[in-house]
Design a binder for this molecule. Structure first.
Ligand code: SF4
Length: 436
């Protein structure tokens, strides 16, 4: 008998990409196989994100598109991840297309849920756990030079706009030695770069050992040439972590430091627990200790009651910071969050749009300027594969996480590791160069 084939689509952040690898591993163990074509699938799983409204709408769009296949083939449809967790029963009741719901702490129940669904019984598993870290499961990765390792799950910060503490539960750290062993296994399989993931990596703890200890231990794994991490929270960025980043050649000189807003009143309403001055002081400390650092950020515009003057403070802070790049979004109210319960989402959408456009335009100009500063320089690039839209080029990333491309030479064999590339051209998002 043909093994059931699963098509998985992943939305949202790197943590979700990592969770998809865990789900693949759990299902593979039970005999499921995978397909890249939804038409040949018996099961379709959407691993969802609830953090922004457009991610949400995308999932509903995809569900609608599956309707004919569900009708013709009796496809089993499952919704996984944050949206499943956040919407729980609503999703099963409102949308008869869905057979299975599984939240981020319930992926071990998936084989059982899918078996029941194949027999016509819908089901869900959305309980949050204080302990689940999936530490014993080796993610089913597509082998390559880069890989993610989730070192902790959940978040205890309760920023007022954010659903993560409700959809992913309380903070839990994986055991230190298990993470290092996973990095060693990855190195043995040819991986050269590991990105350590956590909602707030600075909260990582295993006994007396903290995140800086873990980062250093992974960076020391033989064969791993680069280590990245995302994201630290600006409220508790320790000196020890800064020393690790600045001092270890294997730790990438890139820090994603989410700002969210430049006004103290808005930061307070968001419960970010740092002020504008504290953020600037931290960024100054980082740049003084590590001048080559690439800083990137996240910004939310139009948070509840944000005035023009408060938005101008965000603009001003961005001008001062000159981030290399930034994810800039309009605030969208998320069900169950503190902001949804306490504050009115009262900034008109047209004003949010105007603010977001203004910041994006500003950031594009800064990103272009920063990339142009690289012209004529030679940088180390870790080659990831063929460029997506140009089969005659290799694509990789600089230490600062900037995409870099260069022409393939006479040999079509992919360079396996770090190469030196002299930068000859630059756009807002990409550096172009030639192999040195
Ligand atoms: S730190 Fe704040 S924004 Fe980040 S996941 Fe936790 S609650 Fe959400």
């Amino acid at each position: 008998m043909r093994a059931p084939h699963v098509f998985i689509e992943t939305f949202g952040c790197q943590m979700n990409e990592y969770d998809t690898e865990l789900v693949r591993s759990i299902l593979k163990e039970k005999g499921y196989r995978f397909t890249d074509a939804v038409e040949t699938a018996d099961v379709v799983l959407l691993n969802t994100c609830a953090i922004r409204e457009n991610a949400h709408n995308k999932v509903y769009g995809h569900l609608g598109a599956l309707k004919p296949l569900k009708k013709d083939k009796g496809l089993v449809i499952g919704v996984l991840g944050c949206m499943a967790q956040n919407l729980k029963k609503d999703l099963l009741e409102d949308d008869s297309l869905i057979d299975v719901l599984a939240g981020p702490d319930s992926y071990r129940s998936l084989p059982e849920l899918l078996e029941k669904a194949a027999a016509g019984r819908k089901g869900m598993a959305v309980d949050l756990s204080e302990y689940e870290t999936y530490a014993d499961i080796t993610p089913d990765r597509i082998e390559g030079v880069t890989a993610w390792i989730a070192v902790m799950r959940g978040c205890d910060n309760f920023c007022t706009f954010c659903v993560v503490p409700y959809t992913r539960g309380r903070e839990r750290s994986r055991d230190f030695d298990g993470v290092v062993r996973e990095a060693e296994a990855l190195a043995a399989s040819g991986c050269r770069q590991v990105t350590l993931l956590g909602q707030n990596v600075n909260s990582y703890r295993d006994g007396a050992r903290d995140f800086a200890d873990l980062l250093l231990a992974v960076a020391d794994v033989r064969g791993i040439e680069r280590v990245r991490f995302t994201s630290p929270h600006p409220k508790d960025f320790p000196e020890k972590l800064l020393e690790a980043v600045a001092g270890h050649p294997g730790i990438c000189k890139h820090i994603h430091l989410p700002l969210q807003a430049g006004s103290d009143r808005i930061l307070q309403l968001m419960d970010r627990t740092y002020t504008r001055a504290e953020y600037l002081a931290l960024a100054g400390r980082i740049r003084a200790r590590c001048p080559e650092i690439v800083l990137t950020t996240d910004i939310i515009v139009g948070f509840c009651s944000e005035t023009d003057a408060e938005f101008a403070e965000t603009e001003d802070l961005m001008r001062h910071m000159e981030y290399h790049s930034a994810y800039i979004f309009k605030y969208s109210e998320r069900k169950n969050t503190i902001a949804a319960r306490k504050y009115a989402d009262d900034v008109p959408d047209a004003v949010k749009s105007e603010r977001v456009t203004k910041l994006i335009e500003f950031q594009r100009a800064v990103s272009l300027k920063k990339n142009r500063e690289m012209l004529g320089k030679t940088v180390d690039v870790l080659v990831e594969g063929e460029a997506k839209r140009s089969s005659d080029r290799w694509m990789g990333r600089t230490d600062g996480n900037i995409v870099a491309m260069f022409p393939k030479t006479s040999t079509t064999r992919k360079p396996r590791s770090l190469v030196s590339v002299r930068i000859t051209d630059a756009t807002i998002t990409t550096l172009y160069g030639e192999l040195v």
